[in-house]
Design a protein around this ligand. Structure first.
Ligand code: FES
Ligand code: FES
Length: 167
């Protein structure tokens, strides 16, 4: 049995060395919040944190992990959806179908931890996740809301700025 540290717990699994981390998370550890989109590191749906760094788990063989790394999935980002990024996502109604959103949130959470007030260029270069529903404007607005402390006024202004809505 090999071991991984996932969401603060040591978890055991059995898999071939070249098995992508994504499939161990989803199929053996039942952490299905992390999604499969493309399988070739393009879409970001499978993004998790490894020692705080956003990683596309569909192309990360489990044999490259020692078991000591701290892996965090969307299920471990917070208790009860209370992470500031999750709160901003809910406040601004970012998701549409939702499929890409756990990966998007994990990528954004890592960015904001590294750069609490990122520039537009920082966001563009760090958040390359693909959303087929086109939630990009609200993703950017939610990032600004978190960077500005998550207050309600900034949420309203951000929404009005991206799509003219009075949500
Ligand atoms: S499923 Fe991993 S990047 Fe698309
Ligand atoms: S919310 Fe549907 S793919 Fe992004």
């Amino acid at each position: 049995m090999a071991k991984l540290n996932v969401n603060g717990r040591v978890r055991e699994f059995e898999a071939e060395p070249d098995t992508p981390l994504l499939w161990v998370l989803r199929e053996q550890l039942q952490l299905t919040g992390t999604k499969y989109g493309c399988g070739i590191a393009q879409c970001g749906a499978c993004t998790v944190h490894i020692d705080g760094v956003p990683v596309r788990s569909c192309v990360r063989p489990v044999s490259t992990l020692s078991g000591k790394e701290k892996i965090v999935t969307i299920e471990g980002l917070s208790k009860n959806g209370s992470h500031p990024v999750q709160k901003a996502w809910a406040r601004l109604d970012v998701p549409q179908c939702g499929f890409c959103q756990s990966g998007m949130i994990m990528a954004v959470a890592a960015l904001l931890k590294a750069k609490p007030n990122p520039s537009d260029d920082d966001v563009s270069s760090a958040i390359t996740n693909i959303c087929r529903c086109g939630t990009y404007n609200r993703v950017k607005a939610a990032i600004k809301v978190v960077a500005q402390g998550g207050n309600t006024k900034s949420a309203h202004l951000a929404i009005q700025h991206v799509d003219g809505s009075t949500t």
